[in-house]
Every structure is written in structure tokens, then in C-alpha cells.
Design a protein around this ligand. Structure first.
Ligand code: PLP
Length: 385
């Protein structure tokens, strides 16, 4: 019989966070049950106000997931059949899927090897007269430097829609991601830095007309009962999720600060090893949703960590242009986006969540050094960027 390995360091521990807020979360959920306002109503309105104030933007529209946030933002921006949208090749599948679901076509650009963010020089190679929008992704929780993206978008007259599914509570120059005024899409999937107790998402914007359009699109295009002015869908934010998110929002900054300290500890501890650690930007810029290291022997290191009770992940193992679903696209050739393809074989996400302990981080670091020693790997073997 196969022996079950004991997990010593989980990748994410949602129970720890739930237990720390158990009474508050239960009270909020019971309140929803008592009021029976299960869809829409005070809970959703309250969270939308709180999240907009937290981000520093006029409107936050609660929706059913990060994926629906992207789909509704694209629709509200008027994108559809015949339009191309530039998407970075290293992101979660939903970034491209949302583009396809509104009838537009994702066009993949390569990423920067240091930041893993969309590379504007690569975007220049794929932009055409059909290109109408670009979706920068604040990947791993590091806010994208928007200046080059803005210049590129201006030059080619493109709409910018930000994918902030992993970027809660951070930004550059004190401007939080989501406060730019543009359509910015958040996910509150349970494992995110601000996670619901199920699926949930939001779109933020400073544009009243776009916010109203998304409010309508998420609710069957309906401004009033049985009146339908647009073809929308059902992508409303659930009241229970809104209530849970309202409880959790005041803790987000302290959770992000803890993640950042864990990132510093990993970085210090792994400095002499064969793994390349990510850049540590100023703390306000990165929420370390994921702590992603690089090593040529990634698969063997991953197996070694798992054998020693340390869970880890790969974000993401297949670049979007090479996923099976996009094989029909002309650009889906191996070798076409070399940085994203190389990263996919080298990246490894180490355990990261606010409640991670110093002992768990030290154990993970020690286990990585054991692997390096047993494979004759030293700092000199670390890959160059
Ligand atoms: C970068 C990115 N975009 C979009 C999404 C989709 O969000 P959701 O799972 O809430 O639909 C995710 C979620 O994992 C994501 O990480």
C-alpha cells in the first residue's frame, strides 16, 4: 500500500486563517442567513463601498469571480468579435480565456525574465491594426510598472484592462492597483491574499458609465426587474461571499506585511544556494501572493521537497500560447515566446501564506540546501537571468 506522506509545510493553509477569524466570519454568515438577502442587497453594497475606499477608487462592482470580472470588463469596453487583445504568455489561463469568451482573440506576448510581467518590446512585435486592448497582469502580487504599458497603449490606441487577480493591496508610488481609474479586475478565490469562502471577484474603475454597464451586465443587462437593456449574464457577487470579504478586508494589510517578511526570510536564507530568488521590490509594491524561485533542476527539486513533506506549486507549467486549448492559434509554436517557455520549466512556487511559521520557512530552506548538496549544486550553479 502506498504510504501517505505527512505534510509538514502546506503550500497554503486556509484553515489557519479561518480559525483566527472564526467568530467574526460565523457572525457575518449568520447575519446573511437571518436577513435572507442572499443575492445583492446590503452585504454586497457594503463590501463594494469598503473595497472601493480601500483601493482608493470611485467604483468597485462585485461579481461572481475573477474570470467574470475580466469578461465583463472586456464586454463593457466594447471588445468582441474581430478584436485582438494582447495577453502575457505567463498567466493563469483565465486571462486569455476571458478574451476568447467575449468573442475576441488573445494574442500572446512574451514576459520579462526578471519581473515575469508582460514585455512591451514583445508586444510591439505582435500588435496589428486589429489589436484593440492589452491586459497587463500583476503577476505573483507584484504591481506592474504601468508607464511603458501606458505609452504603448497610447501609441497604438489600445484599451488597458488590468488583471489584478493576485494584486490586492499593493501598488506603485502609493497608488494601489485598481486606483488608476481604468478597468481593473480582482479575484477573491479562497487562496488569494483577500479570499472569500468560495468564488468571488470585483471590477474597479473611476468611470461611472463603465461601472454602471458592468452592474447591468452582471445582472442579465437589467436596470430594473424584467427590464433588459443589454444582453448580460448572471455573474453577481454572492451575499455570503461579500459578508466574508467585509470581515477579512481590514486584515489584508497585516497579512500582506507578513507575506513580505516571509519573502525576506526566504531571500536571506537562500542567498548562497543554487536557486535564484525573486527580486524584493519595496514592500508596498509586492504582496507576495506567490514566492517564485528558479532552478534548472526544478522537477527534481520539487520531488525532493514533496518527499520531505513540503508542498509547492508551479505558476504556470505551460505558457498560455502552448496550452492545448490554443493550439489552433497561428502563434502557438514552441520557441515563439522563449522567455515564458524557459520560465515554465524553471519556476517553483514555495509555500506562502501569512500564518507560515519561521520554523516552516527554515525547514524549507534547509531542505533546499540538502537537495543542492546531494546534487553537487552551489551558488555557481544558479541559473543566470
Ligand atoms: C492572474 C489571474 N487571472 C484571473 C484569475 C481568475 O480568477 P477566478 O479564479 O476568481 O475566476 C486568476 C485566478 O486564479 C488569476 O490568478
Amino acid at each position: 500500500m502506498k504510504q501517505q506522506l505527512e505534510v509538514k509545510v502546506p503550500f497554503v493553509d486556509l484553515k489557519a486563517q479561518y480559525h483566527s477569524l472564526q467568530a467574526e466570519i460565523r457572525d457575518a454568515v449568520l447575519d446573511v442567513l437571518e436577513t435572507t438577502q442572499f443575492v445583492g442587497g446590503i452585504w454586497v453594497e457594503r463590501f463594494e463601498k469598503e473595497f472601493a475606499a480601500y483601493v482608493g477608487v470611485a467604483h468597485a462592482v462585485g461579481v461572481s469571480s475573477g474570470t467574470s470580472a475580466l469578461e465583463l470588463a472586456l464586454k463593457a469596453a466594447g471588445l468582441g468579435a474581430g478584436d485582438d487583445v494582447i495577453v502575457p504568455a505567463n498567466s493563469f489561463f483565465a486571462t486569455a480565456e476571458a478574451v476568447s469568451n467575449v468573442g475576441a482573440r488573445p494574442i500572446f506576448a512574451d514576459v520579462d525574465p526578471l519581473t515575469s510581467h508582460l514585455n512591451v518590446s514583445s508586444a510591439e512585435l505582435v500588435v496589428t491594426a486589429r489589436t484593440r486592448a492589452i491586459i497587463p497582469v500583476h503577476l505573483y502580487g507584484w504591481s506592474v510598472d504601468m508607464k511603458p504599458i501606458e505609452e504603448f497603449a497610447k501609441k497604438h490606441e489600445l484599451f488597458i484592462i488590468e488583471d489584478a487577480a493576485q494584486a490586492h493591496g499593493i501598488g506603485r508610488a502609493a497608488n494601489k492597483v485598481g486606483s488608476s481609474g481604468r478597468l481593473t479586475c480582482f479575484s477573491f478565490y479562497p487562496g488569494k491574499n483577500l479570499g472569500a469562502a468560495g468564488d468571488a471577484g470585483a471590477v474597479t474603475t473611476a468611470d461611472y458609465a463603465l461601472a454602471e454597464k458592468i452592474r447591468r451586465l452582471r445582472d442579465h443587462g437589467s436596470p430594473a426587474k424584467y427590464r433588459h437593456t443589454l444582453i448580460g449574464t448572471n455573474a453577481r457577487l454572492d451575499s455570503m461571499q461579500a459578508a466574508v470579504l467585509s470581515v477579512k478586508l481590514p486584515y489584508l494589510d497585516s497579512w500582506n506585511a507578513k507575506r513580505y517578511r516571509h519573502a525576506e526570510m526566504y531571500t536571506d536564507g537562500l542567498r548562497g544556494s543554487a536557486v535564484l530568488t525573486p527580486i524584493l521590490p519595496p514592500s508596498g509594491e509586492h504582496n507576495f501572493h506567490l514566492f517564485v524561485v528558479r532552478i534548472a533542476q526544478r522537477d527534481r527539486l520539487r520531488e525532493h521537497l514533496i518527499r520531505n513533506g513540503i508542498e509547492c506549486g508551479v505558476h504556470y507549467p505551460v505558457p498560455l500560447h502552448l496550452t492545448e486549448a490554443y493550439q489552433a492559434l497561428a502563434a502557438s509554436q514552441p520557441g515563439s515566446l522563449p522567455v515564458a517557455e524557459r520560465l515554465a520549466s524553471e519556476i517553483l512556487s514555495l509555500p506562502m501564506f501569512p500564518e507560515l511559521t519561521a520554523a516552516q520557512i527554515e525547514y524549507t530552506i534547509g531542505t533546499i540546501y540538502d537537495f543542492c548538496r546531494s546534487h553537487g549544486l552551489s551558488l555557481k550553479s544558479a541559473i543566470s537571468v
